[in-house]
Design a protein around this ligand. Structure first.
Ligand SMILES: [Zn+2]
Ligand SMILES: [Zn+2]
Length: 185
């Protein structure tokens, strides 16, 4: 699913962190990845600049805690006026990683109320790419708006009403006035 990143080792593309690198004082790490690193299948937005992932990790026995922030510039088409615009997102996340051996079985799953934010690792390293992808996808609005007060397009003539008025509205008002005048008569 993800395009192979330029990497020195043979790990699949991901944002891998070796658990042994997390010392007693934890580990603070930044990743900077260009947009092509993130193979986005959805086409209703685009990553337009390098994505910066800042994360800090701590370890308690086999439990790994990761908190961090994903900063990215995303490009959307406005759902009202169709203009392309860019928006900066800064999404904070926190995830706990447990060894795969501690993953609850299906029966146990039913009594675990909320395991959102928990991931599992098999080898001596964790991959935070799935978490980062989730953060990016969660930041994408269902109906992107170039600005809150976007006026959109005229439904009749297609004029972008942020740029200027079209004549349709004036005609509408004329028609309504004409109706009112008739009623008055
Ligand atoms: Zn708009
Ligand atoms: Zn119009």
């Amino acid at each position: 699913m993800f395009r192979q990143a330029k990497k020195s080792d043979s790990s699949p593309a991901g944002l891998w962190i070796d658990i042994e690198d997390i010392g007693e004082d934890g580990l603070v790490l930044d990743f900077v990845k260009d947009p092509s690193f993130f193979a986005i299948e959805k086409k209703d937005f685009k990553i337009v600049k390098d994505v910066v992932i800042h994360c800090s990790l701590s370890k308690c026995d086999n439990d790994i805690y990761v908190t961090g922030k994903v900063s990215a510039a995303l490009e959307f088409a406005c759902s009202r006026c169709l203009e392309i615009f860019t928006e900066q997102i800064d999404a904070e996340f926190s995830t706990e990683y447990l060894p795969e051996t501690e993953r609850p079985t299906e029966e146990e799953m039913e009594i675990v109320e909320d395991d959102f934010g928990i991931s599992y690792y098999t080898e001596e390293k964790i991959d935070i790419l799935p978490t980062v992808m989730d953060q990016i996808l969660l930041s994408v609005p269902i109906k992107p708006l170039c600005k809150e007060e976007c006026r959109g397009l005229c439904q009749r003539c297609g004029q972008n009403l942020n740029v200027g008025k079209c004549n349709c509205q004036a005609e509408d008002i004329d028609e309504r006035l004409a109706v009112l005048n008739k009623i008055k008569l």
